[in-house]
Design a protein around this ligand. Structure first.
Ligand code: NAD
Length: 376
């Protein structure tokens, strides 16, 4: 029987890659599931719950030596990878475009690596899209965090003691996180304005009750598999002027603009922050790739000109129970593509999704973009 191993995530991550319910479904499908002791504890799943689901608790070393497929969200250490038998499968979110050298090392060990963050953004892939399930939570939490830090009300109030105007929220980037941020800010009664380089999102933004800020001349991203592309110098200048105008009026800014494999664009400059109202709040979800503001520091809160700037790309980990549940469901759906009905491995690289998120296989880097990075 094929053995699935569930690793405990490092200290900074509260999630687990497989919740007991999905472990039970795997076991029903003739798989053996080993779970590292304490792996689910910060997502509120005890070892006992895994055992009740039919899984066995194991130490990390045992898991690494016995599992045919190792599940985690964060990457195992290079030493752990080095000790794996050739042909073993690792599946997680490894950001291979930022860690090409690591992938080269892994390829040398002849293991098969699936990195879920490189899955093509197609309709069929939606049920296994971990970036979406996690970004959705991050967008929601970003607004809740902003609302609690912002020293005023979000909704409009007309009271006997006077009137309170609604907060003005500016959202940069209307991808999955941005769209959820719009919906959440609207639910809290804010007035929301949105900017994205993809004009295609305008209708979605408007249907959520927000205003779309138009800048003409964006680079065509329609052939980038659903991911954003870098913009021309001319467009960036026009965009900068528009954002400056709207940032000066905003009380809260949520930034989410990322470009896969590249540093995040700086959309909010030091001058723009100097022109903002004191007490305003910026939540930068792109902090981990450099941030969308001139002052963002990843995992830190800084205050400049009275504006609080929170750099946090891991807000989904503040909802570990739901983040783990949705991540596990994504993985269950992906596993259906690489396992047959008997629970045996069936790697079909003609399937665009299997091929799309495979980074290393058979001693080689099989992902073109990562291979290019390694070749320099
Ligand atoms: P992301 O996290 O990579 O980026 C967030 C947003 O920032 C994107 O909308 C992007 O266009 C925008 N952005 C990038 N540079 C910008 C700039 N300079 N100024 C302003 N905005 C900028 O995006 P994401 O949430 O992962 O989604 C990206 C795309 O993938 C969207 O089109 C989304 O609808 C699509 N998608 C498809 C699927 C699927 O079909 N399986 C799943 C999820 C997302």
């Amino acid at each position: 029987m094929l053995v699935i191993g569930v690793l405990k995530e490092p200290e900074h991550d509260t999630r687990v890659s497989l919740v007991p319910d999905i472990a039970a479904a795997f076991i029903k499908n003739k798989l053996t599931v080993l779970v590292e002791k304490g792996a689910g504890s910060r997502a509120f799943h005890s070892d006992q719950q895994y055992e009740q689901a039919g899984a066995a608790a194991a130490g990390r070393d045992e898991l690494l030596s016995r599992a045919d497929i190792l599940l985690s969200i964060n990457a195992p250490t290079d030493e752990e990878i080095a000790a794996l038998l050739p042909g073993r499968i690792v599946l997680g979110v490894y950001q291979p475009l930022f860690h090409a050298d690591k992938m080269k090392h892994w390829a040398g060990k002849a293991i098969t690596t699936f990195s879920m963050d490189t899955l093509p953004r197609t309709t069929r892939a939606q049920a296994m899209d971990v970036l979406s399930s996690q970004a959705n939570i991050a967008g929601y939490k970003a607004v809740l965090l902003a609302a609690s830090v912002y020293p005023r009300y979000f909704p409009m109030f007309m009271t006997a003691a006077g009137s309170i105007p609604p907060a003005k929220v500016l959202i940069l980037g209307a991808g999955v996180a941005g769209l959820q941020a719009i919906a959440t800010a609207r639910r809290l009664g804010a007035v929301v304005e949105v900017f994205d380089t993809r004009p295609a999102v305008k209708e979605e933004v408007m249907s959520l009750g927000a205003k779309f800020i138009e800048v003409e001349g964006a680079a065509d991203a329609s052939k980038a598999g659903g991911y954003a592309v870098e913009q021309s110098e001319d467009f960036q200048q026009k965009q900068k002027a528009k954002i400056a105008e709207h940032a000066a009026k905003a009380d809260v800014i949520i930034t989410t603009a990322q470009i896969p494999g590249k540093k995040a664009p700086v959309l909010i400059t030091a001058e723009m922050i100097a022109a903002m109202k004191a007490g305003s709040v910026i939540i930068d979800l792109a902090a981990v790739t450099g941030g969308n503001t001139a002052y963002t520091k990843n995992n830190e809160t800084v205050t400049e000109h009275g504006v609080t700037i929170i750099g946090n790309s891991a807000l989904h980990t503040t909802a570990p129970a739901d983040a783990s549940k949705l991540y596990s469901k994504n993985i269950q759906n992906f596993m259906k593509l690489i396992l047959d009905n008997e629970g045996q491995l069936n790697l079909n690289f003609r399937d665009d999704l299997v091929q799309g998120c495979c980074i290393t296989h058979d001693g080689k880097i099989v992902n073109e973009r990562v291979a290019q990075l390694v070749a320099g």
